[in-house]
Design a binder for this molecule. Structure first.
Ligand code: BGC
Ligand code: BGC
Length: 627
């Protein structure tokens, strides 16, 4: 851990005015041990100041004045919630407004602002968008995942943001779950290893800027068992969709469930993660937001977690009882920060009532506030909450995009190849499929919007689509014709005069959370996709199917009809990485983080009996051809 040495270092460099002020108020003295600063500050706080720290507002409903009025300790941007203009300067100005207001409160406690930078700072047009975690998992490359964490922290720091709600360290049992692409796969060991690498990278990512830079914090989520939910155990409707798995119940033998879902959290705590988000899901019937055993006995006592625990978005309101009861239950279970962004004043009132009525022990409040303050002190937020100006030139820089492109290259999994790949320069190549030319489709959910976007390539400046990449990497000697619908004039290609290769890029449209829950049948390539493959088949000697999706899709006939099949996952802003590998400039090294189902009828989740599962698969976890 780097925290102690840095603090000692910082004390030596700080300017005199700050030190003299520090002498007046111990909690302001960065030379004192964090625990001493925490207890000093806590001893000066009124009950309302303490309760304010536990609130989490969102920019949509809470401006600097309201934040100040409630002494609010934390804020967030939900998916797609961005300042106008959505530029680095726009973020810096917004954060300055909040931090100035926080500094002007009686005790001047800085506000902690969280955001889902799950695959890069993908809220900002022009930032580097990394492959979604499913693609990172296919690389199995800890060093690269660590780099992605570092770069994400650096690009966020340019905007004065230091808290990401990631990595998601779910061990996913069932790819019908709409969050499968946000995870590192179905293998506990891989999830643990890569999750820890991301957290180390993110939390250590600003060390390059010297001791005055904030130490940013990652969030391991969603504790615990979010990826283990049973199909059909969830059934609620919101935002135009009905869940099948998301927010459901994780069921089974307790010891077996822990063996499968706890190691990633052990790895996170060992890596020094400073925040954990509780899961919407329940564990053998007990909602995780009302589960003191797992939150306290297991996460805090057994694993030794000393950071803060945040609830998930309005999850408290899904607990039984009145709102007051829900708030008391979650707080008593161990939630420190309540992400109830539309009800901050109500949460404050409920907490106050809970303490007055002795439903919430004062000591639990002190503990929660200590956890929050500890993290803020460790981060160095009291000393420097502003942006890292030196990081601003790096946002979406060529150097950062190069790392993303490398991740894309290593993420591609070759599932089949009958002498169709690599592509050769001088070939005549037809490209079809909307996924070949759409930055939103290739980036997936949590990109600019909660549900992602598509059909507007201007929204990610500096990014490269797959077709851009093929043209650039193929160069002038390669003849490429593209039509999203595969409508090519006879003189371009025909059955009588076929092109050398047809690339057909198909897959999923972006989604997030329960809006991505599917039945097994719905994981099949669509009728349109199959028709496109059929249309392209006679137009080229070889057909290469490129799948742009957040999870394995059921291929049906498409497997036979294709000479090569490549899983490209959701590569993000650097589509050229796909082209690098298709042209053989980089080798295929990616391996499946999820097993690949054969068909809908025999579909089995990972936890099914081993022989049944095996019989249901086309490819096992870890599969991936080299050429
Ligand atoms: C998601 C979390 C996310 C939070 C804040 C929730 O709906 O489940 O993963 O961090 O929203 O956007
Ligand atoms: C927010 C997301 C959140 C979701 C959950 C959306 O409105 O933008 O961040 O995860 O609601 O319901």
């Amino acid at each position: 851990m780097y925290r102690l040495p840095l603090r000692v270092l910082a004390a030596g460099i700080l300017s005199t005015p700050l030190l003299s002020l520090a002498a007046e108020l111990p909690y302001r003295d960065p030379a004192l041990p964090v625990e001493q600063r925490v207890s000093d500050l806590l001893s000066r706080m009124t009950l309302d100041e303490k309760l304010g720290q536990m609130l989490m507002g969102a920019r949509d409903w809470v401006g600097p004045e309201q934040m100040k009025k409630l002494n609010m300790g934390t804020l967030l941007s939900g998916g797609g919630s961005v300042p106008r203009p959505n530029t680095v300067n726009g973020w810096v100005a917004m954060m300055k407004g909040y931090q100035d207001a926080a500094r002007s409160t009686r005790l001047g406690i800085p506000v902690l602002y969280g955001i889902d930078s799950t695959h890069g700072f993908a809220h900002l047009p022009g930032a580097t968008v990394f492959p979604q975690l499913v693609g990172m998992a296919a690389t199995r490359d800890e060093a690269l995942v660590r780099r992605a964490g570092e770069i994400t922290a650096r690009e966020m720091s340019a905007a004065a943001l230091y808290w990401t709600f990631g990595p998601m360290v779910s061990v996913v049992d069932d790819i019908r779950w709409g969050r499968s692409y946000e995870a590192f796969g179905e293998n506990t060991e891989l999830v643990s290893r890569l999750g820890a690498a991301f957290t180390e990278g993110f939390q250590g990512g600003l060390k390059v800027y010297g001791p005055k830079a904030v130490r940013p914090i990652a969030t391991a989520k969603h504790f615990i068992g979010d990826g283990g939910v049973a199909f059909g155990s969830s059934d609620f409707a919101m935002a135009g969709g009905r869940s099948k798995l998301d927010r459901g119940d994780t069921r089974g033998d307790n010891a077996a469930l822990l063996a499968r879902h706890l190691p990633p959290y052990k790895a996170q705590v060992d890596a020094g993660v400073r925040s954990v988000m509780a899961s919407f899901s329940s564990w053998n019937g007990t909602p995780m937001h009302a589960n003191p055993h797992l939150l306290n006995d297991v996460l805090r006592k057994q694993l030794g977690f000393t950071g803060l625990i945040v609830s998930d978005w309005e999850a408290v309101q899904l607990l039984p009882g009145s709102f007051d009861t829900q708030v008391a239950t979650a707080t008593n279970a161990g939630i420190d920060v309540l992400m109830e962004p539309q009800k901050t004043a109500e949460v404050l009132a409920a907490l106050r009532k809970g303490v007055t009525d002795k439903l919430i022990p004062q000591q639990r409040i002190d503990q929660a506030v200590s956890n929050i303050l500890r993290v803020k002190f460790e981060m160095g937020l009291f000393e420097h909450a502003g942006p890292v100006e030196a990081a601003q030139a790096g946002v979406g820089s060529a150097e950062h995009r190069q790392v993303a492109r490398e991740l894309v290259r290593k993420s591609l999994v070759l599932l089949k190849n009958d002498a169709a790949l690599p592509l050769k320069r001088k070939q005549h190549i037809l490209v079809a499929g909307e996924h070949a030319d759409d930055l939103g489709l290739q980036s997936g959910g949590w990109t600019l919007e909660w549900q992602g976007f598509f059909d507007n390539n201007t929204r990610l400046p500096g990014a490269t689509t797959i077709i851009d990449g093929l043209s650039n990497v193929g160069g002038a000697s390669t003849k490429i014709d593209f039509d999203p619908n595969g409508q090519f004039a006879k003189k371009v290609a025909s059955a009588a005069s076929p092109a050398d290769v047809a690339i057909v890029a198909v897959g999923e449209r972006p989604y997030s959370e329960w809006l991505g829950d599917r039945s097994a049948a719905e994981l099949s390539l669509s009728a349109d996709d199959l028709a496109l493959i059929a249309r392209m088949r006679p137009l080229a000697r070889k057909l290469v199917l490129v799948l742009v999706s957040g999870r394995p899709l059921i291929l049906g006939d498409a497997l036979k009809k294709s000479d090569a099949v490549v899983a490209a996952w959701l590569p993000g802003s650097e589509g050229a990485g796909v082209a690098d590998v298709l042209f053989g400039d980089a080798p295929f090294t990616g391996k499946l983080p999820y097993a690949w189902p054969k068909d809908a009828a025999s579909f089995k989740a990972a936890s099914a009996p081993a022989d049944e599962r095996r019989a249901s698969l086309l490819f096992e976890v870890g599969y991936g051809l080299a050429k």
